[in-house]
Design a protein around this ligand. Structure first.
Ligand SMILES: [Zn+2]
Length: 138
């Protein structure tokens, strides 16, 4: 069985690969490469997989899940400029793909265990664009 909790945060970013020129970055990322940055209202959906505990009826303590998401993702990222304030995005381009992978890494160790595992991180950057990340296959 799977259960999903949703959370939202707002953050700004610049899509810029430091090893490329501004011109190359503009070609790759378009207006998203503008050095002044721009913001998104990100929507995060965290899905856990497991069997409901026979006593509690829950896959995972949902209050605990909310606290983990709050402490690991929302507090450090909400109302931040990702490139300047949230490592590793001083070195890693904060595309929606890379932000989802970073969120996965932050959540996985805190969730896996006790019969539940992190199954998917879905991150919406806009209404019509999201990624699903289920971990590094290697
Ligand atoms: Zn953007």
């Amino acid at each position: 069985m799977r259960i999903t909790r949703r959370a939202e945060f707002s953050a700004s970013h610049v899509c810029c690969q430091p090893s490329l020129t501004l011109e190359q970055n503009r070609e790759l990322y378009g207006a998203a490469a503008n050095p002044s940055g721009h913001g998104h209202n990100y929507i995060l959906e965290v899905t856990l997989e497991g069997e409901p505990d026979p006593v509690t009826g829950m896959i995972f303590d949902l209050k605990k899940l909310k606290d983990i998401i709050q402490q690991s993702v929302i507090e450090p990222m909400d109302h931040r400029f990702l490139n300047f304030e949230v490592p590793p995005f001083d070195k890693v381009v904060p595309t929606v793909e890379n932000v989802a992978a970073e969120i996965w890494e932050r959540l996985r160790a805190k969730i896996d265990g006790g019969g539940a595992r992190l199954e998917n991180v879905r991150l919406y950057e806009t209404d019509d664009l999201y990624v699903d990340y289920t971990g590094d296959p290697s």
